[in-house]
Design a protein around this ligand. Structure first.
Ligand SMILES: Cc1ncc(C[n+]2csc(CCOP(=O)(O)OP(=O)(O)O)c2C)c(N)n1
Length: 359
């Protein structure tokens, strides 16, 4: 795609009711829309299965992407293979589209760091980042290297709206602005940072306007509309590839599930708010639109649901068959020399494992 100074990205193309707000860009053909839809359905199937695994003791603490599938899918379809993706923990869809298998993703969430190693992936993507906002500084480093080498690539980093309150975010964005780095920041504004709601997170009216302080372009789009996300990311990628600098994108969504499986959001959110958010979720609106266009049918839906279940079950089977990592790894790889305070924990863990008949 050619970068132009008059981009046509729009805040929303498809309303929650499945109606078009204007004409769709040419790139969003019937095939493209169906690919976006099937990816979102597949990722939701995966996500629900991983939560079920956690509830039955077969998975570690997991951060669900329920309701945020359009963001990951839009990014994954717009990024080029040579670009570098720096994810945070709700990017299951983008990782999947960039060749990180569901089995590998489950390996990571199951507590095995090999799940953060992507030898089968062509790209040079980064591991999942849980420390809030640190990945934004890494992205500035990656984008600096690309700029110095004169490469036609970009670094795309994601984070939540809560992360934009942190110094790392501002520092990285400032550097991106002053050095005109080929860097894209996509903020998943899902309205909640654990139990902290958006309105007490920041005094800024929008997250997108934070870009202004760094002298870069900022866009706010409907993060429940995969077309809107794809369109603005595609624009930002083309712009970065042409040496025209960074972009901040605020994708407005809603975290329909708990923060993680260790959270209970009913303790701090009202049912009415969550129910209203379900009316805006990303999958239903695209399905409605596809039906209206004659591109979808009940039979296609049933067959897709079946395929998704099969693909996810195959991945789960492979995950459950993975060899367990030695318990000592937990203690051996964080410090060069294990601090004495951990010796006791280590001995207790070993004793427990031996009692259970493990290694
Ligand atoms: C540096 C750091 N501080 C605190 C935490 C604990 N923590 C985990 S998730 C989270 C909230 C993040 O909210 P947001 O950035 O909005 O992303 P979301 O989880 O809503 O997608 C916090 C404070 C952390 N992981 N890292």
């Amino acid at each position: 795609m050619q970068y132009t100074t008059t981009p046509r990205q729009q805040q929303q193309f498809i309303t929650p009711e499945g109606e078009l707000t204007g004409s769709l860009p040419e790139a969003m053909t019937g095939d493209w829309l169906q690919q976006a839809y099937t990816t979102m359905v597949l990722v939701r199937t995966f996500d629900q299965r991983v939560v079920a695994l956690q509830r039955t003791g077969q998975m570690g603490t997991y951060a669900s992407c329920l309701g945020q599938e359009a963001i990951g899918t839009g990014i994954g379809l717009a990024l080029q293979p040579d670009d570098v993706f720096l994810p945070y923990y709700r990017d299951q869809a983008t990782q999947y589209l960039r060749g990180v298998s569901f089995t590998r993703q489950m390996q990571y969430w199951g507590g095995d760091e090999w799940g953060n190693h992507f030898p089968d992936q062509a790209a040079q993507d980064f591991p999942n980042c849980v420390p809030i906002a640190t990945q934004v500084t890494h992205a500035a480093g990656v984008a600096s290297a690309m700029k110095i080498r004169g490469e036609k690539r970009c670094a795309l980093v994601t984070c939540g709206e809560g992360a934009t309150s942190r110094g790392d975010f501002y520092e990285a964005m400032n550097l991106a602005g002053v050095w005109q780095l080929p860097m894209i920041m996509v903020v998943n504004n899902n309205q909640w940072a654990i139990s902290v709601p958006r309105q007490i997170q920041t005094g800024a009216a929008t997250i997108a306007q934070k870009a202004e302080a760094a002298g870069i372009e900022g866009f706010q789009v409907d993060g429940n509309d995969v077309c809107a996300v794809y369109d603005v990311v595609r624009y930002a990628v083309a712009k970065a590839h042409c040496g025209k600098g960074p972009t901040l994108i605020e994708a407005v969504s809603y975290r329909l599930g708990d923060h993680t499986t260790a959270d209970d959001a009913t303790r701090y959110r009202q049912h009415e708010e969550v129910n209203a958010a379900w009316q805006r979720e990303p999958i239903k609106r695209l399905q409605t639109y596809l039906h209206q266009q004659g591109l979808w049918s009940e039979a296609k839906e049933q067959s897709l649901q079946q395929q998704c279940k099969q693909e996810v079950e195959a991945a789960v089977e492979a995950y459950l068959a993975l060899p367990e990592q030695p318990l000592a790894d937990l203690f051996d790889y964080l410090f060069e020399e294990r601090p004495r305070q951990l010796d006791h924990q280590y001995e207790r863990a070993q004793a427990k494992l031996t009692a259970l008949g493990g290694e």
